[in-house]
Ligand binder design. Structure first.
Ligand code: AMP
Length: 283
């Protein structure tokens, strides 16, 4: 295990990064909420391809959880996370407290219109404002050259690209592919909420999505294909489907039929205590 420096304040983070800058090194940031799995670690590998030093962050951000969501019970596994990051060669781990990020009197909100609406934006009101606010802070605190986010949260990746461009934040945002379990289930911290029976059911959503994109490629209209697939997800054992939609990859506008441009299928569904999301390209 290589050394990893843990910093908990903005001043210590800036000092650690300034040291690396003095050595002429470039910096990549990989924000996470901890409870790390191989998918998170793959982000640090993508980060390493784009910069000399990787700084991971762990912060369970209260602002991106809704009132009835799992902020209180979200798994906190700091020591294990730290070891995984150190083993992956991450040099700096920034793990601020809520007080550091949102001191008394904090009153600012970063909000993106258009692409934060629809999909997870509709089902989780305020979620993307919370994400945009915390990621803006992390980027301005660390001022990295690049920051890496998973395609698993494709809408989030697009929203982050949008506000960094709009606000002239000098950072390159890089997407990193979704890592999956052997049975196709996208890795997620929330998969741990599944019982063993639910874990057997979980890959069905992704399998149905794969079949759906095959049918959608040559369809005159997506409507019936999506309605059938939603019913299949419920039949497979999911409790409810928040959305199953095809959108243009460029700007996430809804798509009713093949457009000749890159399109993606997006899904969110509830299984037991877990809300699982996934997305895959049409071509
Ligand atoms: P989270 O800790 O869930 O907020 O995720 C932190 C980062 O890891 C986000 O950029 C996610 O998109 C990314 N991520 C989560 N799961 C995966 C996965 N299975 N494959 C790749 N990246 C992921």
């Amino acid at each position: 295990m290589s050394d990893i420096l843990v910093v908990r304040t903005v001043a210590d983070l800036r000092e650690a990064i300034a040291e690396k800058r003095k050595e002429g090194k470039t910096i990549a940031l990989t924000p996470t909420m901890g409870n790390l799995h191989i998918g998170h670690i793959s982000l640090t590998k993508t980060a390493r391809d784009h910069a000399d030093v990787v700084c991971a962050t762990i912060f369970v951000n209260p602002k991106q959880f809704g009132e009835n969501e799992d902020f209180g019970s979200y798994p906190r596994t700091f020591e294990n996370d730290k070891k995984l990051l150190a083993d992956a060669g991450v040099e700096i781990l920034y793990a601020p407290t809520v007080d550091v990020m949102y001191p008394d009197g904090f009153a600012t909100n970063v909000s993106v219109t258009t692409i934060s609406q629809g999909l997870c934006g509709d089902d989780r009101p305020g979620h993307f404002d919370g994400v945009c606010t915390v990621v803006t802070k992390l980027l301005l605190q660390a001022l990295p050259d690049v920051a890496v986010f998973g395609e698993k949260d494709f809408q989030q990746l697009m929203v982050i690209k949008q506000f960094t461009r709009d606000l002239d934040i000098p950072v390159k945002i890089i997407g990193s592919p979704t890592l999956r379990e052997d049975d196709g289930l996208a890795m997620s911290s929330r998969n741990g909420y599944l019982s063993s029976d639910e874990r057997q059911v979980a890959p069905a959503m992704q399998q149905i999505m794969q079949e759906t994109v095959k049918l959608a490629r040559d369809a005159d209209s997506f409507f019936e294909i999506l309605e059938t697939a939603k019913a299949e997800i419920i039949e497979a054992g999911f409790n409810s489907v928040d959305y199953l939609e095809i959108r243009e990859e460029r700007d996430l506008t809804p798509a009713n039929k093949p457009s000749g441009q890159a399109q993606r299928l997006f899904a969110a569904a509830h299984l037991g205590k877990a809300r699982l999301i996934d997305n895959i390209p049409l071509v």
